[in-house]
Design a protein. Structure first.
Length: 130
């Protein structure tokens, strides 16, 4: 499985050009349930809309329903193990709680994380793909 950072999930579902061709092909060719989206990403999408930083063209609820039904997507619950791991990330990591949970999800599940976030990509304790 590949864990998707929130922006990667938004870009893929919205068919935005920010995704590299290589990553877009990898996501398009993914097998069933092989792309993981953390439950915190649903909250993050809603917060982006609330703050006016993201327009979806429909209600958040409708967008989430469609985006979670997208081919290959699997919703990853915020398990207690992930919650605890997000507070105990090794080394130095920034204080954004959503990023901490997404990184912890990738680490706990031992899966690569698709992201273009430079702060996450620079974090040596998580495997990333761009």
């Amino acid at each position: 499985m590949i864990v998707l950072d929130t922006h990667i999930w938004i870009w893929w579902v919205s068919q935005r050009d920010q995704l590299s061709e290589r990553l877009r092909m990898q996501l398009d060719d993914a097998e069933e349930d092989s792309l993981g989206v953390s439950a915190i990403s649903c909250w993050e999408v809603a917060k982006l809309v609330e703050r006016g930083r993201l327009e979806l063209g429909q209600s958040v609820e409708s967008w989430l329903q469609t985006a979670l039904a997208y081919p290959s997507i699997r919703l990853i619950d915020l398990l207690p193990e992930i919650a605890v791991a997000s507070t105990q990330l090794p080394g130095t990591f920034h204080r954004d709680p959503a990023d901490q949970i997404i990184v912890a999800t990738s680490i706990v599940l031992n899966c690569p994380l698709a992201t273009v976030d430079k702060r996450i990509a620079a974090y040596e304790h998580v495997r990333t793909i761009e």
